[in-house]
Design a protein around this ligand. Structure first.
Ligand code: NAD
Length: 302
């Protein structure tokens, strides 16, 4: 059986597939037309986020049995079209949890201690400590919205930083590390708020003007989940009013093309969607998706 890898995955994953006797082709950055032409030769395809598995591509996959996504989000796969053709769609939701949670702490300390701005200033030859008076996070309250894999991993790390941890998640009633509260309490009591929910009709702009106006003055906000959960225009307003003390984003409402109204602000910290971009997470994703795809293909022969 033949497997197409259309976005780069870790070489350990590719080697694993080959070691089991499957024919593996790595063809990256194919155009829509090229992929549509090629897909008919393969029983399985492995993608990351770049390859768009649209209805048209899926329908052209005459032999296709498995679509493997190395990573979490399945936004680039038409699951309905796959289901209709009996094609199994699998992903690796656990592999990036630690990497994203660690990035969140990078953001928190960067904002609390002004690390990016301080670095910029010493590179210019300045050495002015008065400009960079910061905030300790010990004893502060962190509000976690969405207490799933990453939300919980953030809570574990917050405990080590001696923070008070509160959380809101309509689908989670209790947690050993987090005091579960309602959204109003998160907004009112948190010194730091971080969102870890999926992007859905319910969560799009779930942090907007109304919510920001209820927050503590100087609150630090973080979104390393999906662009659009926090309304960037509303954050701009919150920064202008002095309600928001810092905003950190790994994900943006407009990534392609990239734009954000928050870039000019001194208390903005940002990264280009690198939450899962660590050697460890990528290696885990490559190996885990290879194992899962192998498992599915072997099951076909039973
Ligand atoms: N920055 C990155 O590169 C990166 C990498 C991995 C994951 N992510 C994103 O991080 C987010 C969290 O991932 P996860 O693995 O923890 O997911 P998860 O499914 O384990 O957890 C999500 C939690 O959100 C909760 N939730 C759903 N709707 C809610 C609402 N309206 N209010 C409050 N809570 C709600 C769910 O009950 C669940 O507990 C996702 O958006 C995911 O796409 C980003």
């Amino acid at each position: 059986m033949k497997i197409l890898i259309s976005d780069p995955i870790h070489s350990d994953g590719v080697n694993l597939l080959r070691s089991e006797g499957f024919e593996v082709d790595e063809k990256f950055y194919l155009s829509k037309e090229e992929l549509k032409k090629a897909i008919g030769d393969y029983e399985a395809i492995i993608v990351r986020s770049k390859t768009k598995m649209t209805k048209e591509i899926i329908e052209a996959g005459n032999k296709l049995k498995v679509i493997g996504r190395a990573g979490v989000g399945l936004d680039n796969v038409d699951k309905e079209a796959a289901e209709k053709k009996g094609i199994k769609v699998i992903n690796t939701p656990d592999v990036s949890t630690s990497s994203v949670a660690e990035l969140v702490f990078g953001f928190i300390i960067s904002m609390a201690r002004h690390i990016p701005k301080a670095t910029e200033s010493i590179k210019k030859g300045e050495f002015d400590k008065e400009k960079f008076s910061g905030m300790e996070v010990a004893g502060k309250t962190i509000g976690i919205i969405g207490v799933g894999r990453i939300g919980y991993a953030v809570a574990k790390r917050a405990e080590a930083f001696e923070m008070k941890v509160i959380g809101y998640d309509p689908y989670v009633n209790s947690s050993d590390k987090i005091k579960m509260v309602d959204l109003e309490t998160i907004l009112r009591d948190s010194d730091i708020i971080t969102v870890h929910v999926p992007l859905t009709d319910q969560t799009r702009h779930m942090i907007s003007n109304k919510e920001i106006n209820k927050m503590k003055r100087g609150v630090l906000l973080i979104n390393a989940a999906r662009g659009g959960i926090i309304d960037e225009e509303a954050v701009k307003d919150g920064l202008d009013k002095g309600i928001i003390g810092g905003i950190a984003l790994d994900v943006f409402e407009s990534e392609k093309p990239f734009k954000s109204v928050l870039l000019p602000y001194d208390n903005f910290v940002g990264t280009p969607h690198i939450g899962a971009q660590t050697e460890e997470a990528q290696k885990r994703a490559g190996i885990e998706i290879a194992k899962k795809v192998l498992n599915e293909l072997k099951n076909l022969n039973r």
